[in-house]
Design a protein around this ligand. Structure first.
Ligand SMILES: NC(=O)c1ccc[n+]([C@@H]2O[C@H](COP(=O)([O-])OP(=O)(O)OC[C@H]3O[C@@H](n4cnc5c(N)ncnc54)[C@H](O)[C@@H]3O)[C@@H](O)[C@H]2O)c1
Length: 326
């Protein structure tokens, strides 16, 4: 279903930190406009509506009922994604829902089924895969240009202060979700995995601030994830966010450290330009390639379901200290 009217109207449900990146992105997409937002706390809603420009709706129901809005971005915390995604889809709006998409496989399947039945796009906020370096890696893997894939690595080491981390689940759900959809997009699904986690720098928060996963892929290759809020990597060529795919005929690398600005970036100690850039690419893909041109998202709700299965397998592995089959 293509949107043919001159301006695609966007509404935000949730106006926390990530809404800042989404607002900047929407402002740069030709033929799209942020019409307004709703946020649970009115102070923040008023402040962000003034910063971004646009209406401040009294309720999420009023936002989704506005005919000027064609697409709703669900930018609240994980626990409320299902409620607001269903609300927007039932009002006939396309949805971009932040990751982790749902709290369980069943929640994500429910969102997918409703979007499919209404012929609406419901796109997961899988921002990393919209980077040029990721798309090129996938093309090389698909074309067989890297030969037989032998290994893949997704590493993340970005310090988060405890008061910031407390707003999120532990790094297994919050960060390994990114790793999971990146792996799916680049080299496919694992067949088995084992995981470990630890809490090393929080004083009070009891969720994990570091986790690692080892996996075996369908072709026999091995893969590794690391997700850490515990410390930044300050060494040369740091693994701030590093993705590697190694094959018998070639290999690729993606790094957050290719572009660094020496100023704080939201909750990060420095600004990694790729963070805003990946959200920019994702939003443009959603609004232009999918809604305007009628294409399908590069990363789908089916990927979100598989990513959630990987997260739940990692949790099972941690709980039982065992290898889990997928
Ligand atoms: N793609 C990425 O790289 C990325 C980065 C950061 C956050 N996120 C995701 O974006 C979402 C929001 O994160 P954030 O960093 O903006 O968090 P935040 O804490 O800054 O903002 C969350 C917002 O949700 C609202 N909220 C919380 N519980 C709610 C509820 N039950 N009902 C309605 N509103 C509620 C809060 O009022 C707040 O405005 C999360 O799902 C997070 O995982 C994605």
């Amino acid at each position: 279903m293509r949107i043919t009217k001159d301006t695609i109207g966007v509404g935000f449900i949730g106006a926390g930190d990530i809404s800042i990146l989404h607002a900047r992105a929407v402002a740069k997409v030709p033929g799209a406009k942020l019409v307004g937002l709703w946020n649970r706390s009115q102070d923040r809603a008023t402040q962000r509506a003034a910063e971004f420009g646009g209406k401040n709706y009294a309720t999420p129901e009023q936002l989704v009922a506005d005919p000027a809005i064609d697409a709703v971005f669900v930018l609240t915390n994980l626990e409320s994604h299902l409620e607001y995604t269903l609300l927007a889809l039932n009002a006939g709006k396309h949805v971009l829902v932040e990751k982790p998409v749902g709290a369980s496989v069943a929640e994500i399947e429910q969102m997918k089924a409703l979007a499919d039945s209404k012929n609406l796009i419901c796109m997961p906020g899988h921002n990393y895969i919209y980077e040029g370096g990721m798309v090129r890696t996938r093309e090389l893997v698909e074309g067989g240009d890297l030969g037989k894939i032998v290994s893949a690595y997704v590493m993340y080491n970005i310090h988060h202060p405890e008061d910031v981390a407390k707003r999120y689940p532990g790094v297994v759900r919050q960060i390994l979700t990114h790793h999971s959809y990146i792996l799916l997009y680049l080299v496919g699904k694992p067949v088995e995995l084992c995981a470990m986690k630890a809490t090393l720098h929080y004083k009070e928060y009891t969720e994990e601030d570091i986790a690692m996963v080892q996996m075996r892929l369908a072709n026999g290759a091995l893969a590794h994830f690391c997700a850490s809020f515990a410390a930044d990597d300050h060494a040369a060529d740091p693994w701030t966010v590093m993705v590697k795919v190694i094959g018998t005929a070639g290999s690729t690398r993606y790094s957050y450290r290719d572009h660094v600005e020496i100023k704080p970036g939201l909750v990060h100690s420095q600004t990694y330009t790729a963070y805003q850039g990946s959200v920019m690419n994702e939003v443009k893909h959603f609004l232009i390639d999918c809604l305007r041109m009628g294409g399908q998202p590069l990363s789908t709700m089916a990927d979100a379901v598989t990513a959630q299965k990987m997260i739940e397998a990692a949790e099972e592995s941690i709980k039982g200290s065992k290898v889990v089959k997928l």
